[in-house]
Design a protein around this ligand. Structure first.
Ligand SMILES: Cc1ncc(COP(=O)(O)O)c(C=O)c1O
Length: 466
């Protein structure tokens, strides 16, 4: 009788002659039981017998013929073939703010999330340089082991004081903050409910966690409540993930309702404040300030340092138990270098400057409102955007979208098209990020140019298709 589990275990490590012998033995035994149990082995052995290393396709061990790469090449060729410029990897030769220099030409720029003009601000740059002089360019170790510097602790304290939480942990990147935190805290007995428009970093974290994952229709807390009414009892822990401001649509979820649901069903709530920290609320304290909620009502406050805070990195703020647990166990923290001295110093300086100059936030709100109001006056479709500096202008056609962005580029306005497959074709759009440093004149000029050029692009397409 053949010991199938043993054979299963060894099937890939035995030689061809041993496989042949095994096959003969299986056929000789002919017992129904052994044939059934060995059916898979027979298939594998037959397959393996006929294969040599020469049969392995090049695409399986070389990136030159990697099928996914070839597909990407095809897509790039079709953009090139249609005569459009490559809208990606535009080279900026200065600070990426309300203005930017591209190919030695100055543009009014709407493609940076330098919301408060902190990147390029002299005090922020000075602090980063000072940190390099003091600590070098890297902390050269994981913080747990020997990479901790005072700036790390100062920054974490400043962030938790600013938001109003007990503690905070800073990671080297915003994206890995979500991946490692969500991936680490939740597991296969858990459920994660997230908004359908959640950022890639959060959905990658969900995948890593192994938890059951369900997305709910955008901002639809009724649906979340309904799902939890039906399914809460089936899971150990449940996490709801939402964002403070959605970066494609520039809208804000109803945090108060999500908190009620979180409390009623005894689940965790996480808010990604990448685009709302420094942006929402009179002092820029984020969506918590905007809705005037108690900060302990949200379990996990996540944010990035790369947007309003002019740096690079991410944070998780919350209760001290959460932060302590992550500091000792989260893989993306424990097994990664600490945030660099210059990045820590830049974020700290930006945060301190924001506290000193809340007028930056006020100006950001005014300029964002002006932009949105002017677009609406011109009859442009700005989707769900409201009270945020993210304003999409929905065109509904990828080709028209690219043409419009090129026409605006020729007029000195840099705004990026967001087209299929990043969004549905009918939702393709130009996405404007407003900053506190955009002047009123720049905004008037931009919206007028946008409305004029859109008419021309639509006319051009109508004549082309008629
Ligand atoms: C909602 C959201 N979360 C997380 C991230 C990742 O942040 P970072 O770019 O700082 O890595 C982004 C980036 O754009 C984001 O929009």
């Amino acid at each position: 009788m053949i010991n199938t589990s043993q054979q299963d275990k060894n099937i890939f490590s035995i030689s061809s002659s041993e496989k042949r012998a095994l096959l003969i033995k299986l056929i000789q035994e002919k017992s129904e039981e052994s044939m059934l149990a060995g059916a898979d082995i027979v298939k594998n052995v037959l397959c393996d017998l006929n294969r040599t290393v020469e049969d392995i396709p090049v695409a399986h061990y070389s990136f030159h013929l990697y099928p996914e790469y070839l597909k990407l090449q095809q897509q790039m060729q079709s953009v090139k073939g249609s005569g459009y410029l490559n809208p990606y990897f535009t080279l900026h030769s200065g600070v990426n703010g309300s203005l930017s220099t591209i190919n030695s030409v100055d543009f009014i720029n709407y493609s940076s999330y330098n919301y408060l003009g902190m990147s390029g601000e002299s005090t922020v740059s000075f602090s980063a340089k000072e940190a390099i002089d003091c600590y070098g360019t890297s902390v050269s170790a994981s913080r747990v082991v020997s990479g901790e510097i005072p700036l790390h602790r100062e920054l974490e304290k400043e962030i938790s004081d600013f938001i109003g939480t007990e503690d905070c942990i800073v990671y080297v990147g915003g994206h890995p903050t979500n991946v490692t935190t969500i991936g680490h805290l939740f597991g296969k007995d858990d459920l994660i409910l997230h908004d359908e428009f959640i950022h890639n970093s959060a959905s990658e974290g969900c995948k890593l966690s192994g938890a059951k994952r369900l997305s709910f229709p955008h901002n639809d807390w009724h649906k979340v409540n309904q799902i939890l009414n039906d399914q809460r009892h089936r899971y150990r822990r449940v996490l709801i993930i939402i964002e403070g401001v959605y970066s494609m649509d520039g809208d804000i979820p109803d945090l108060v309702e999500f908190i009620k649901i979180k409390k009623h069903h005894k689940v965790f709530l996480m808010v990604d404040e990448a685009h709302s920290i420094g942006v929402l609320g009179n002092h820029g304290r984020g969506i918590g300030e905007y809705f005037n909620v108690n900060h302990s009502d949200v379990d996990i406050w996540m944010g990035t340092l790369s947007k309003a805070f002019a740096s690079c990195g991410g944070y998780i703020a919350g209760c001290k138990e959460l932060v302590e647990y992550l500091k000792y166990t989260a893989p993306g923290f424990v097994y990664s270098v600490g945030i660099s001295p210059s990045n820590a110093a830049a974020a700290l300086a930006a945060l301190r400057l924001l506290r000193k100059e809340p007028s930056r936030v006020r100006r950001l709100h005014e300029r964002s409102k002006l932009f949105l109001d002017l677009c609406l006056e011109k009859g442009l479709d700005t989707g769900m955007s409201k009270n945020t500096p993210v304003v999409p202008v929905i065109i509904g056609n990828s080709a028209q979208c690219i043409e419009l962005s090129e026409a605006l580029f020729r007029k000195g306005v840099n705004v990026r098209p967001i087209i299929y497959p990043a969004v549905q074709e009918e939702s393709s759009r130009l996405r404007f990020f407003i900053t506190s440093e955009h002047t009123e004149e720049q905004i008037y000029f931009t919206v007028n140019a946008l409305a004029d050029e859109l008419v021309k692009v639509r006319l051009h397409h109508a004549t082309k298709t008629s």
